[in-house]
Design a binder for this molecule. Structure first.
Ligand SMILES: O=P(O)(O)O[C@H]1O[C@H](CO)[C@@H](O)[C@H]1O
Ligand SMILES: [Mn+2]
Ligand SMILES: [Mn+2]
Length: 397
């Protein structure tokens, strides 16, 4: 029996990539800066379970420095290393697809940092198709800030809030009750068709609730993503007769391609609960792929260092529950898709190394070379499951 699990901590970078200066990210270090902040605050970090697998050594490999507070410096139980991104972007889709063997070697389209940010022919056409009375925003923005600023006007006018970021995205925020959730989804579906000529990776519905200047996004976010441009690890596993279980936003990121079963959870801990259930019943040759999105969405983009540190502690503390459920032949990897340093300027992702931490009954204890593509992760799991090898990447084990 062999099973594979990918535990992806969205945005958990370990230090800037050699080309980070091209992205304005030279010196960024998601884990390193969180650990530094925690030590400075007199509450040093410790992630004992991840540290035992080799997290600290991987961080040291990526950045040249041990995270402040980390005490475990040898005797690692897993196969530990780091990977560099081959794709040109530092977005979620590029990171996930590359892990699954499909790097994004073309340039995504991006909307400029102007106001308006979206081309007039695009917004006019979308208005005509959907019958909305107009648009608010139409700029680069942080999703939580813009609903605070424009929420009241949206409720009063019925105009949806359009915004984007450094990612290849068009995001539409609207009030779940005043505007309507289904109606927001319909507007996003129409937008998804219209952005195709612009080479945009995703349209994202960002519903929210609240009143009088106090608004909060709900968990009814929905991503309308372009499907991967070639077969991924998920397709290889599914076509090879294994079940592909997608937890959290994984199915959205792969546009459902190669996914056998979809499991949702409202937040990191709910997803962890679902992961434990799946670990009990996933069968031979299965791939379970979970994305813990809170790190990125709630803490990285929001530049909430304390929140990020706390979320890491929470996840680390629960790892033993998952480890206890592993069976002979199971191989698990802890990784990420990009960085999002909460101490960095702005609110965007940061171009960083990602952790490559294999553990479980099928994982040896050893240091791994620095991977020059995230695809080495997918290649390792394809080999482990005995499915068709990926067209990109080399197995590490
Ligand atoms: O600020 P919010 O809306 O969370 O946006 C973030 O989430 C989107 C998708 O990851 C990206 O555009 C990023 O900037
Ligand atoms: Mn991401
Ligand atoms: Mn993000």
């Amino acid at each position: 029996m062999s099973r594979a699990f990918i535990l992806l901590l969205d945005s958990f970078g370990l230090g800037a990539l050699p080309d980070a200066d091209k992205y304005g990210d030279a010196g960024a270090n998601t884990l390193g800066h969180i650990a530094q902040w925690a030590a400075d605050a007199g509450t040093p970090m410790a992630l004992p379970n991840l540290e035992r697998i080799g997290l600290g050594a991987a961080a040291h490999k990526a950045s040249g420095a041990w995270p402040q507070g980390f005490k475990v410096r040898d005797g690692f139980t897993g196969a530990w290393g780091v990977a560099r991104e081959q794709s040109t972007g530092k977005d979620t889709q590029s990171g996930h697809w590359e892990i699954a063997g499909v790097p994004v070697l073309f340039d995504w389209g991006y909307f400029p940092k102007t106001v308006p940010s979206f081309p007039k022919e695009l917004t006019d056409k979308l208005q005509e198709l959907t019958g909305v009375p107009g648009w608010l925003g139409n700029c680069h923005a942080s999703g939580t800030t813009i609903i605070d600023e424009l929420g009241d006007e949206h409720v009063a006018s019925g105009k949806p809030i359009l915004y984007t970021s450094a990612d290849s995205v068009l995001q539409i925020a609207a009030h779940e009750e005043h505007f309507g959730l289904e109606r927001l989804y319909q507007v996003c579906e129409a937008a998804y068709e219209l952005v195709k000529p612009y080479n945009i990776g995703r349209v994202i519905a960002r519903p929210f609730l609240g009143a009088n200047g106090k608004y909060k996004r709900t968990s009814n976010r929905h991503d309308y993503a372009v499907p991967p441009v070639a077969p991924t690890l998920l397709d290889h596993v599914k076509d090879g007769g294994g079940e592909v279980i997608a937890l959290g936003k994984i199915s959205d990121i792969f546009a459902g391609q190669g996914v056998s079963r979809l499991v949702k959870g409202a937040d990191n801990m709910a997803l962890f609960d679902r992961l434990l259930e799946v670990a009990d019943e996933a069968g031979d040759k299965s791939l379970t792929f979970v994305n813990f999105v809170d790190f990125d969405m709630h803490f990285g983009h929001r530049r909430d260092v304390a929140g990020y540190a706390n979320a890491l502690h929470e996840l680390d503390a629960r790892l033993p529950e998952f480890m206890a459920k592993l069976k002979e032949g199971d191989l698990v990897v802890v990784t990420a898709d990009h960085g999002c340093d909460p101490t960095w300027s702005g609110s965007d992702h940061t171009r960083e190394h990602i952790p490559v931490l294999f553990f479980g009954p099928a994982a040896p204890a050893r240091e791994l070379p620095v991977s020059d593509t995230f695809s080495n992760i997918g290649a390792t799991l394809a080999k482990h499951l005995g499915v068709q090898p990926l067209s990109n990447g080399t197995a590490l084990l």
